[in-house]
Design a protein around this ligand. Structure first.
Ligand SMILES: [Fe+2]
Length: 112
């Protein structure tokens, strides 16, 4: 990730391996990406659900139809399903849950 990306991105892990409540049983965090950012294709072992709290983003997931998601929409990613996110119309604020194996694993970038 470049400097510009890191200047307009942030997340807070509420519970999980690095969370305020430490556990390996799951992971929950709030994630923010600014307007125009591109979160490149990546995958991870844990299953994932994004819930859009505010704003919108263009979600791409291998094997699924791409979609512009807005407040209240959700997107599920299966274990190791590659996905990417582009902020087209503005920033996005999300609530993200992980479950299953690979809880402490980092996303593998460029994994399509
Ligand atoms: Fe992900």
């Amino acid at each position: 990730m470049g400097f510009g990306f890191l200047q307009d991105y942030g997340y807070l892990e509420l519970y999980g391996p690095n969370g305020h409540f430490q556990t390996d049983q799951g992971r929950a965090y709030v994630g923010y990406w600014g307007r125009g950012l591109y979160y490149p294709w990546h995958r991870h072992e844990a299953e994932e659900i994004y819930a859009v709290v505010s704003g919108s983003g263009y979600f791409e997931s291998q094997g699924a139809e791409a979609a512009l998601l807005k407040m209240g929409d959700t997107r599920m990613h299966n274990s190791n399903q590659p996905h990417a996110l582009t902020m087209t119309d503005g920033p996005i604020l999300t609530f993200v849950l992980w479950r299953g194996a690979g809880m402490a694993g980092l996303p593998l970038m460029g994994a399509t």
